[in-house]
Structures are given as C-alpha cells and as structure tokens.
Write a protein that binds this ligand. Structure first.
Ligand SMILES: Nc1ncnc2c1ncn2[C@@H]1O[C@H](COP(=O)(O)OP(=O)(O)O)[C@@H](O)[C@H]1O
Ligand SMILES: [Mg+2]
Length: 237
C-alpha cells in the first residue's frame, strides 16, 4: 500500500481533495464545514478561506484562532472534539464526532433523560476549564453520539474566564448561566415532561435576562455589520 502522509501533515489544498460530506457551504460570513475522510480517519475541516473575500481576510483569521484556542483550552475533555491542526490562519481541523445534532432529533421521546445529566456535567466541566460556550441555544452545536455521550462543537463565540479581572469574572459567570439556560431550552423541546422546577425557573429568567438579551443583540449586530461591510452574498439580515 502507498505510504500516505498522516492527516496532520496535509496542506489545506490537499485536505480539501478528501471532502466526503458538506455540513455547511462556505459563503458570505460562513465557513465551509466539511467531513474529510483520509487514510481511515474522519475529521472536520472548518475553513474560512471559502467565505467572501473581505470577510475571510479580516475576520476569518480571528474566528479560526478563537475556535482553535477554545479547543486547546479544552484539550482532553471528553465531550469536546480534539483539535488536530490549524491550517494557515483561516482553517481548523478537528476530530469528527458521529451522531445527530440536537436540532436533528425529534421533538420528544428520542433522548434518554440521562443524556441531559451528561450535558449539564459537560457544561460544568467546560466552565471549570474557564470556557463558556455562549452558543448552545443553537441546536446544531450539540451532538449526541450513539452511546449517549454529548459533544459540543462551534466554540467560536466562547468567552474565557479571567482570574484577575473581577468585573470580567462576573460577566463570565453570567455567560455560564446563559449556557445552563440554553440546556434547559434544549430539554424543554426534547423532554418537556422532565423539566425540573429549577429549569422552569431558569426558562422564566431567560425571557428577561439582560445579559442574554445583550449578548444576542451584540451577536446579531456584529453579524449584520460584517455581512454588510465584508460580503457580497449575504446582504439580507
Ligand atoms: N467536530 C464535529 N464533528 C461532527 N460534526 C461537526 C463537527 N463540527 C461541526 N459539525 C457539523 O457541522 C455543522 C456546522 O458547524 P459549526 O461549527 O456549528 O459551524 P457554524 O459556525 O456554521 O454554525 C454543525 O452543526 C455540525 O452538524
Ligand atoms: Mg454552529
């Protein structure tokens, strides 16, 4: 058999030849997210070189850097894909996690209640490592494997804890609460009968939570502004 290079030694151009499934097409402010199947290994390539030219030049490197940094902070944690490599300044290669995202799961009956205990445990573990995910409201960012292990992906919007900056620590704690509320929302959709009183209280909080509202407003404004300024294709809000 031909001696192949290990996957981590392939260049971006070579890697892209082994795309076997597209999760997200790269355009506008979106990275290309594809499955790479190479030498018996499966990996996910998140690649901003396929976004619109200005966006990929100005914002792509920052987003790829953030994704890689979060994965490094969470290295070795079961429930987070391992970073394999970064490719240039605009692309990240990570382990492929097989399974449906919570968005793909039916509204109820498909998820074992134990899975939610594991999701909350994972939320605690990433917070202990100093990372708040901040985008768990999006059902595409939680994958449940066949054995019922949850995985979080898409760490680009994460917030890191600061040990010395007390006001920032306060903000970080609020984002941690927002992650927990996001899980309660997930559970409301997938296991509505099993919501605890605390989760119901969290969902009530969610309606008026100022930090959550502020974070969503900032996220939307940033996306709209960068689409308007840096892309040709995504002018629609
Ligand atoms: N490590 C991974 N393993 C398996 N699927 C993944 C992985 N990372 C991303 N995906 C899939 O690709 C989709 C888009 O990736 P994501 O990182 O969420 O990008 P976006 O910023 O476009 O939301 C996810 O919803 C998920 O279905
Ligand atoms: Mg996502």
């Amino acid at each position: 058999m031909k001696n192949k290079l290990p996957i981590e030694q392939l260049s971006l151009v070579e890697l892209r030849k082994y795309r076997s499934k597209v999760f997200r097409e790269g355009r506008g402010t979106r990275p290309e997210v594809v499955l790479i199947t190479y030498g018996g290994k499966k990996a996910i390539l998140k690649d901003y070189t396929q976004s619109d030219p200005w966006f990929r030049r100005l914002v792509g490197p920052l987003l790829a850097f953030r994704e890689a940094r979060a994965l490094r902070l969470l290295k070795g944690l079961p429930g987070v894909p391992q970073l394999i490599n970064t490719l240039g300044r605009q692309a990240v290669l990570m382990d492929y996690i097989e399974g449906p995202t919570t968005k793909e799961l039916k509204n109820s009956g498909q998820v074992d209640p134990e899975v939610f205990n594991r999701i909350y445990k994972l939320v605690d573990e990433i917070h202990e490592r100093g990372v708040a995910h901040c985008d768990l409201r999006s059902g595409g960012n939680t994958i449940i494997t066949a054995s019922g292990q949850p995985y979080f992906v898409d760490f680009v919007g994460y917030v890191a804890r600061s040990n010395w900056n007390l006001p920032w620590r306060w903000v970080f704690n609020k984002f941690c609460i927002a992650d927990e509320i996001a899980v309660a929302r997930m559970k409301k959709r997938l296991l509505p009968d099993q919501l605890t009183d605390e989760e119901k209280k969290n969902l009530e909080l969610d309606k008026n939570h100022p930090i959550g509202k502020f974070a969503r407003f900032m996220g939307r404004s940033f996306t709209r502004l960068s689409r308007f300024l840096l892309t040709d294709t995504d002018k629609k809000p």
